[in-house]
Every structure is written in structure tokens, then in C-alpha cells.
Design a binder for this molecule. Structure first.
Ligand SMILES: [Zn+2]
Length: 523
């Protein structure tokens, strides 16, 4: 089973299973989830679930916890349902946890989390003797994040009893109501409290709007009945949103269903038949979403994809803003190596948080020490051959002469500054991501301000390593962001002077012919 993966929920009795398992399989889903409790209730005998469903892929079974959430109780015990899942040969089984509905008090959340933990301990002998099944350890606590985090940590103590997968329980209601920011908080809380190498399952996540966000935070497995529930309600899932079939003039999809029918034709198909067609389309959409996410992961552009999703729907934006609260966590987990894909795309103000940019940006500040006493900062632009920066200028002025002198001299350490990339040592200019990124003119005041702080922080850290430091900053007055940069820098430069650091601002007033736009095209 390749992760991230989403298990379609199927009816264990197959009586109400409108979409055939072979059809689900042919779309690409090689694993399904079904309800062991309902199966046990409907079936008097114990038989192999793979034979019963005639499905040779991976079968995950749930224990009936969802029935507790909906109806308040189930007619089985924890030990009974765990043993049953083992006997029918489930590939992945779940203990009978006690779900926390999202509206409950903290006291009740504590109660359901404690009961769940105790039940996980209660069946440790069964799961230990049933090694053919991978056992899921659900963590409860709902939206009470302190409860969730406490029980997540307690769960790490009993994971070794025979469990293989953690699960975050019962966010279904939140997901149904598009309260995605809360779900993001819950996922972060659990993911950051348990071992990063252990898989995490999220119950009930089945909409393309939320899937990439939870995957970015480290969810590996999901399950959902959304494809069929939405279809029964005549709803059509797209990668960006959900539509009522009645609203659609066109079917914006090329799956076999949408290639065969128009929206109008679909509307005319009666009853179960249209439900089935919609369900199939919804499954194709979910599977396409999974493939897109996996490709993004391989190419190292999941962040760019989240930006796209944030723009698709207000709920996506809420999820994105929630993810941004956990940037430090994401950076601590993001790979340092160059991804297989192309350069970084700076397409929105959110692009500056892209781990591929911010990680090297931080590393440079924290780890680079100038070798020389004199350091000079010059604005980054193409071509990178800095010695020609100022000789090529059409009009030579005194400040321009000074720039030529500094950039040509070997007694200066040269650093380049850029509102998105931060401070880049000259010798790293040909490395990723500095050599491979594309941007538009995104030089908002807050970015330029941040760049000033970055430069000051860099100099202060460097001055600790070098007793004597002489800092020169060249600012060209031909672009708006550099004029803004000079203003802010003048405001803050007293911090450096108060530490005894020599500081020179060189405002180069060459009347450059190149416009800012040309500059950006080159980058
Ligand atoms: Zn379709």
C-alpha cells in the first residue's frame, strides 16, 4: 500500500454497495475499509473477509466506533470485536475506541480519551497473538488539543504492545462542516506528539480540499464514504469544490463517466443508476487527487500545491492559514536535499514560506560567517557576475565608481540580498534554490522590512564570530523595493552602530536603463 492513501468505505454486507468492488479496484484503489461491527451483526458465521467480499486487495476494518458516535452504543465488547477482526483476517484492524464528538466538554473528552487508551491496553494480548493484522491505535480528545496531546503522548508508551498505526479519531463532523482549520490543529497536535516514523490514519477525511493539507502535516492514511454519501445527495466532487448536479451546466472532468455523459443527460438518469455514476466520478476525482499529491511530494512542490488549494475555496484558505501556524514544525521535517522537480515558483505572498526557500534562508543566517573584515551587501539580480554589475551602467557617477571599486576588490566578502531569498553569499548563487527559482514582482513592504531584519540579524551574528566588522550596503535607487529597503535600513542601523559595527550605506543613483520588470524577467 503506497501512502498517502485513502480507503473507500464499503458496505460489509454488499447489499447497499452501489459501486462494485471490482469497479473501485479498476479505478486504482487497492485497499478498502469496511465495518467489522456491521458485518458481525449481519453474519452469524465467521468467514474470511477477503473471500466474503471477493476482494484480494488490502482490507481495513473499523470496529463500530462510528456507530457509537451516531447511535450512542454498540452491542459488542472491545475484546469481542478485536478478536472478530483477527478471525476474519482483516489486514488492518481497529480497537473499539470511544469517539469524542467535537461539541463535548473537556471533561467528556478526557473520559473518551481515557476509555480509548484503557481499551487499547485491554486487548494487547489478542493483538499480540494476531500478527497477520496491523493494529490501529486511535487517539481521542476531539478539539480539546491539550487532551489530545496528552493522550497522544500516553499512546506512544503503549504503541509497543503490538500496534502499527496511530489514528486520529472522530473529526468526521468537522470535516462534513468544512471546519478544516480545527482538523489541521488536531492533526498537528497528534502528529507532533507521536514518533514521525509511525503511520498516522485520519478517520473520515474524504474531500480533495482537505487531503493535501493533512498530508503535508504528516497524515499517511485516510478513509471516507464521501464518494457515495455525496452521490446519494446528487453532489459532484471536484478537486476544488463540491457542486450540486442540478447547478452544473458542464461536467469539468474527463473521467469515463464525464466523458460519456453531459450534465443534462446525467440529471435525466433515474435513482440508483445516477447515484452510481456520480459515485464513480467522485472516486475518480479522489484518486486523481491522490496521484497529484504523490507527484507533488516526489517533485518537492507540495507547498506550491497547498497555495493553489488555498486559492480554490475559502475553506482551503482557512486550512492553509492553520497550516502556517505550524511552519517551524514543517521546516523541522522538510528535506534539505534538492528535490527532483524544477525550481521554486514564487506565485503568491505565501510562497515566501515555502520550506525550500525558508530553510536555506535560515541556514545561511545561522551558519555563515564572513571570512573578511569588510562585507558588502548588494541587491541580487541577473546576471550573477557581480563584478560587472556596476561597470555596465550607462552613466558613471561617484557612487557608481565606488560600487565598481568595491565589487571588483578582493578584500570584500560579497553577499546578495533579495526580498524573497534573503541574504545569499556570492559563492552559493549557482546552487539550488538560488539558481532555480521563478518569481514575479512580489516586493511587498512587509517582505522588504523582513529583509532588513534578516540583514541586521546576519550582521549581528557575524559580529560575534569576528571582532572587527565593516559593513557596506549598496542600494540602487532605480527600483521601488530598494528605495523602501534603504528607508527601513536607515531606521534600524543604529542597532549595529550601538554594537560598535562600522556601517556604510551607499546609495547608488545611477540612472539605470533596465526597469524592475526587465530585472524580474531575467530572474
Ligand atoms: Zn468525472
Amino acid at each position: 500500500l503506497e501512502t498517502p492513501y485513502i480507503f473507500p468505505v464499503i458496505d460489509p454486507t454488499l447489499k447497499n454497495q452501489i459501486v462494485g468492488l471490482d469497479e473501485i479496484r479498476s479505478i486504482g484503489f487497492n485497499g478498502i475499509i469496511t465495518n467489522a461491527y456491521l458485518l458481525k451483526k449481519n453474519l452469524k458465521t465467521v468467514e474470511s473477509i477477503h473471500e466474503r467480499l471477493n476482494f484480494d486487495g488490502i482490507i481495513m476494518t473499523d470496529s463500530g466506533a462510528y456507530q457509537i458516535l451516531r447511535y450512542g452504543h454498540v452491542e459488542t465488547s472491545n475484546r469481542e470485536i478485536v478478536q472478530y477482526q483477527c478471525d476474519i483476517g482483516s489486514d488492518i484492524g481497529v480497537i473499539l475506541d470511544m469517539p469524542t464528538p467535537y461539541y463535548v466538554t473537556r471533561e467528556n473528552a478526557l473520559k473518551s480519551a481515557e476509555i480509548t487508551l484503557n481499551r487499547a491496553i485491554e486487548v494487547s494480548d489478542i493483538i499480540n497473538s494476531c500478527r497477520e493484522t496491523l493494529w490501529v491505535l486511535p487517539i481521542q480528545g476531539g478539539t480539546h488539543l491539550d487532551v489530545l496531546s496528552y493522550y497522544a503522548r500516553r499512546s506512544t508508551e503503549i504503541f509497543g504492545y503490538g500496534y502499527s498505526i496511530y489514528a486520529l479519531g472522530s473529526p468526521t463532523t468537522l470535516l462534513e462542516n468544512y471546519i478544516l482549520d480545527k482538523v489541521v490543529d488536531m492533526v498537528y497536535t497528534v502528529r507532533s506528539s507521536v514518533e514521525p516514523s509511525r503511520p498516522l490514519h485520519l478517520f473520515g477525511a474524504g474531500h480533495p480540499l482537505i487531503i493535501p493539507f493533512v498530508v503535508a502535516l504528516g497524515v499517511d492514511l485516510m478513509d471516507s464514504a464521501s464518494y457515495i454519501l455525496y452521490a446519494k445527495d446528487k453532489r459532484y466532487i471536484t478537486r476544488r469544490a463540491t457542486y450540486r448536479l442540478d447547478e452544473l451546466q458542464y461536467l469539468p472532468c474527463s473521467c469515463p463517466i464525464c466523458s460519456k455523459y453531459t450534465a443534462e443527460e446525467l440529471r435525466e438518469i433515474p435513482g440508483n443508476e445516477v447515484t452510481k455514476l456520480l459515485a464513480l466520478h467522485n472516486l475518480y476525482t479522489l484518486y486523481a487527487e491522490l496521484k497529484e499529491i504523490k507527484e507533488c511530494i516526489k517533485e518537492g512542490r507540495l507547498w506550491e500545491y497547498l497555495e493553489e488549494k488555498a486559492r480554490a475555496h475559502p475553506a482551503g484558505r482557512r486550512a492553509f492559514e492553520a497550516v502556517k501556524k505550524y511552519l517551524a514544525y514543517i521546516y523541522s521535517r522538510a528535506p534539505y536535499s534538492k528535490p527532483r522537480g524544477k525550481g521554486v515558483f514564487i506565485v503568491s505572498e505565501d510562497s515566501v514560506y515555502n520550506p525550500k526557500i525558508l530553510i536555506p534562508r535560515r541556514k545561511i543566517i545561522e551558519n555563515m560567517t564572513p571570512e573578511k573584515e569588510h562585507i558588502v551587501f548588494i541587491p541580487l539580480r541577473r546576471p550573477y557576475e557581480t563584478s560587472h554589475y556596476y561597470t555596465a551602467e550607462p552613466v558613471h557617477t561617484p557612487s557608481n565608481e565606488r560600487c565598481i571599486e568595491i565589487t571588483a576588490s578582493s578584500s570584500y566578502d560579497i553577499y546578495l540580498y533579495h526580498p524573497v531569498l534573503g541574504i545569499v553569499p556570492k559563492h552559493l548563487l549557482d546552487t539550488y534554490p538560488f539558481s532555480q527559482f521563478e518569481t514575479f514582482t512580489l516586493y511587498r513592504p512587509e517582505l522588504v522590512k523582513t529583509l532588513v531584519y534578516t540583514l541586521i540579524e546576519f550582521v549581528l551574528l557575524a559580529s560575534r564570530a569576528r571582532r572587527s566588522l565593516k559593513v557596506h550596503v549598496i542600494v540602487n535607487d532605480d527600483t521601488e523595493w530598494q528605495r523602501m529597503f534603504a528607508v527601513h535600513l536607515k531606521h534600524h542601523v543604529k542597532i549595529l552602530r550601538s554594537k560598535g559595527i562600522e556601517f556604510h550605506l551607499i546609495e547608488n543613483n545611477a540612472k539605470r536603463v533596465t526597469s524592475e520588470l526587465d530585472d524580474q524577467h531575467l530572474i
